[in-house]
Design a protein around this ligand. Structure first.
Ligand code: NAI
Ligand code: 13P
Length: 336
């Protein structure tokens, strides 16, 4: 396919490499001309993926109009809170028949909308032209060519298969799914849970604590997903359990790293600095995921705790005490 990756951060760059390795004609859009120049001449993105050699065929431009011209697949690789603004700026230049593929894992704070909903609202593209990619995909590992799998979700299965074919390489294995809601909720919620795992790790807690947070994090993610119409099997898959385990376990995760710094005693600004200017989506999405849960009457205690920690000044010690002090209950309750 003729593809463009709109955004040259760590995941956008890794995805552009996968698409180029898979034999597609790929161009990247970088906000800063000097980064586009570095990618074109040095075949490296030193700011986000230092030490990774990019394919010679991969070229970057800093004009959105030039980037989008004639592209069949438009990959949106910007943070979830800026996607609406970015899309508005690209709107006049989006090829009308293109598939728009979202990489962002978050829920918009201002509207409570998932990324596919934001794309539909801004572009007025039909559901069969809107897809999402989500799975256990730490950018650096994928860029190194380590084996990994992902999910391409689109309401139209044939369109999902087109995107799947474009992404399939010897090291990156895409699966299709028509459950867009499940994939998006899995991706957004796991960033919040990974932040909580980071806090536990920063406090010096071991594997029992982490396994408990991951498992109870999955339980609350399933409750929210099902309330929003997701298929529970999606959340048992790569975009649910898979991504949750990878992000909660890896020191490469920006969300986990952010939480770990808080657990070690850093304040919010110091924790932000530890992510090297890259986005830790859970910090903002804990607010919108919590709001979605409240709207749908879903209990999400870990998400609530992360929200209180990041936005209401709760201490990590009080966070732990409050979570463990909740009333006891059966393991399985609610709608599932
Ligand atoms: N890095 C990873 O391992 C993975 C990230 N993701 C998701 O992909 C999305 C993008 O993540 P990354 O590429 O890792 O982020 P990043 O922070 O590394 O890069 C973000 C990119 O968006 C660009 N951008 C354009 N407009 C922007 C604006 N108004 N504000 C901020 N940045 C703007 C930045 O210049 C930068 O190139 C996020 O939603 C993230 O959760 C998903 C899977 C893996
Ligand atoms: O989404 C990711 C892995 O699948 C990346 O997680 P972080 O944004 O926490 O680095």
């Amino acid at each position: 396919m003729r593809a463009v990756v709109m955004g040259s951060g760590s995941w956008g760059t890794a995805v552009a490499k996968v698409l180029a390795d898979a034999g597609n004609d790929v161009v990247m859009w970088a906000r800063r001309p000097e980064l586009a120049e570095q990618i074109n001449t040095g075949h490296v993105n030193g700011d986000y993926l230092p030490g990774i050699e990019l394919p010679q065929s991969l070229r970057a431009v800093s004009s959105p109009k030039e980037a989008l011209a004639g592209r069949e697949l438009v990959v949106c690789a910007v943070p979830s809170q800026s996607l609406r603004d970015n899309l508005s700026q690209w709107l006049d230049d989006l090829p009308p028949d293109a598939i728009l593929l979202s990489l962002a894992k978050g829920v918009e704070v201002s509207s409570g909308k998932r990324m596919s909903e934001v794309i539909a609202e801004v572009t007025e593209f039909p559901a069969e032209q809107i897809a999402v990619l989500s799975g256990p995909n730490l950018a650096r590992e994928v860029a190194q060519g380590q084996p990994a799998a992902t999910v391409i979700a689109c309401a139209d299965e044939d369109q999902a298969k087109r995107v799947q074919a474009a992404f399939a390489t010897g090291y990156f294995r895409p699966y299709t799914n028509t459950d867009v809601v499940g994939c998006e909720i899995g991706g957004a919620a796991k960033n919040v849970i990974a932040l909580a795992c980071g806090v536990a790790s920063g406090l010096g807690y071991g594997e029992n604590t982490l396994a408990t947070i991951i498992t109870r994090g999955l339980a609350e993610t399933i409750r929210l997903g099902v309330a929003l119409g997701a298929d529970i099997t999606t959340l048992a898959g790569l975009a649910g359990v898979g991504d949750l385990v990878a992000t909660c376990s890896s020191p490469l995760s920006r969300n986990r790293t952010f939480g770990a710094r808080l657990g070690e005693g850093a304040n919010l600004d110091q924790a932000q600095a530890a992510t090297n200017g890259q986005v830790a989506e859970g910090v903002k999405s804990c607010r919108s995921v919590r709001a979605l849960a409240q709207t749908h009457g879903v209990e999400m205690p870990l998400t609530e705790a992360v929200y209180l920690l990041c936005h209401e000044g709760m201490t990590v010690q009080d966070m732990v005490t409050n979570l463990l002090g909740r009333s006891t209950k059966p393991e399985v309750y609610g709608p599932v």
